[in-house]
Design a protein around this ligand. Structure first.
Ligand SMILES: [Zn+2]
Length: 433
């Protein structure tokens, strides 16, 4: 039986810089099947009917980089150098407190935060990923779940010699298991993975037709550590290992010299920026404007909320635009429509989805309704406000794959009180409460 949803009398962002007033969208079996104007056409729907009056319908936002179980570590260690934060706080806390149940409940809490703030799809990277995938599948969040690879013992991978085999079995378990979950490979970084491990991890991804993610060129220290022994920048290190291609997703990619930019653009590798995390850890500002001048499109993610400390993609869009303007002393770079494109269609392509995320017939029904009636959204001239004024708390209703997962700010698939209670129990064990 066809499952249908009609959203009527809503304003619709269906083209860059164009808002269609008083329109409707009909959803059937997870796809948008019709759009139009309420003044010309009034469709009939026997399923759910949503009154979109006073609301703006946008494509669901995609968060192209996150570590969802790290919701437990948000606020645990702030205002530290990246190396200190990672090696003296995060890695020890993970070694002591990450478990299957912790990953499940903390991933579910992250899913709640993302769905409530208008993110309908995420690319996540962590360990014990069966439990993140299970949590996401239950919540109705669309996700790429990339299993971590490092050369030291990690949660669920006590013997680093088993790191590739562990990821391979995860991929096989989830390849066809859920219409919402796609497995992938996440090699943590060039400084936690040997060249051999990096090559094996990339080969595993290629052989299985899944994405390969890696943190790259995030900090000055990483840049100096890798450049000095071999004479290579982090990017040239990966280039020499023949890892850079369209199946490779580089996260951060801040410390790039001019030669790196040329190599990167010729390689067709993808780049995902995380400006909030980079600002908080003082990692630096990406050369995204230099890349964009040559037509290179960058994606956008929040990174884990221990280094952000938010999973709100509206905040991320705002900082991407403003950081590039300030860095270039040019307010015309990274205009709002390009930033929205980064968080929707560009991220969609980077993550390897073949279905579309715009609001047109045939596109998948991953949609967000924003309440336009708040003081800070009045008047609502154009979509620029999505970047510079809208916040996750303005999200009213969220649909993923044709299912209503947030209904008037209420989660329909997650018991939020139970989830918060479980995560707070872990926080007590960690000594944070
Ligand atoms: Zn990260």
């Amino acid at each position: 039986m066809t499952k249908s949803i009609l959203i009527h009398h809503c304003d619709i962002v269906n083209e860059p810089a164009v808002i269609q007033k008083n329109g409707f969208v009909l959803i059937e079996d997870g796809l948008i099947t019709r759009t139009g104007s309420m003044t010309e056409d009034r469709p009939v729907c026997e399923g759910d009917v949503i009154d979109g009056s006073g609301k703006l319908l946008i494509p669901g936002l995609i968060n192209a980089h996150n570590h969802s179980p790290m919701t437990l570590f948000r606020g645990m260690a702030d205002d530290l150098q990246l190396d200190d934060w990672l090696h003296n706080h995060i890695f020890p806390a993970e070694a002591a407190h990450v478990s299957e149940d912790m990953v499940y409940w903390c991933s579910k809490l992250a899913a709640a935060e993302m769905l409530l703030s208008g993110t309908t799809c995420v690319a996540d990277g962590y360990f014990l990923c069966d439990h993140t995938a299970r949590a996401f599948a239950e919540t109705g969040l669309r996700a790429i779940v990339a299993h971590g690879v490092v050369d030291f013992p990690a949660p669920g991978v006590a013997d680093p010699d088993q790191n590739i085999a562990t990821v391979e079995s995860f991929i096989h378990r989830w390849k066809e298991k859920s219409k919402l979950i796609t497995p992938a490979v996440f090699a943590h970084s060039p400084y936690t993975c040997s060249p051999q491990t990096l090559k094996q991890a990339k080969q595993l991804a290629d052989d299985n037709g899944v994405r390969f993610f890696i943190h790259l060129a995030e900090s000055k220290n990483e840049h100096q550590a890798i450049i000095s022994p071999a004479g290579d920048s982090p990017l040239r290190h990966l280039h020499n290992l023949e890892l850079l291609d369209s199946n490779c997703v580089l996260v951060h990619a801040i410390w790039l010299d001019d030669e790196d930019l040329d190599i990167l653009q010729q390689s067709k590798a993808n780049v995902v920026l995380c400006p909030q995390s980079n600002f908080k850890l003082a990692s630096g500002i990406s050369r995204a404007t230099d890349l964009a001048r040559n037509g290179f499109k960058v994606g956008l993610g929040t990174d884990g909320c221990a280094s952000n400390n938010s999973l709100d993609m509206f905040l991320e869009m705002d900082l991407l635009a403003k950081s590039q303007k300030a860095f270039q002393y040019d307010p015309t770079v990274f205009p709002a429509e390009k930033v929205i494109e980064a968080a929707t269609t560009t991220n969609n392509t980077i993550l390897g989805y073949t279905t579309q995320v715009n609001i047109r017939p045939g596109s998948r029904a991953d949609l967000v309704l924003i309440d336009q009636k708040s003081p800070h959204l009045t008047p609502f001239y154009n979509q620029d406000l999505l970047v510079y004024a809208v916040r996750g708390s303005d999200v009213d209703t969220v649909i993923v794959a044709g299912e209503i997962v947030v209904n008037h700010k209420m989660l329909t698939t997650i018991d939020l009180e139970e989830t918060k209670s479980k995560v707070n129990e872990y926080a007590v064990h960690l000594g944070g409460l």
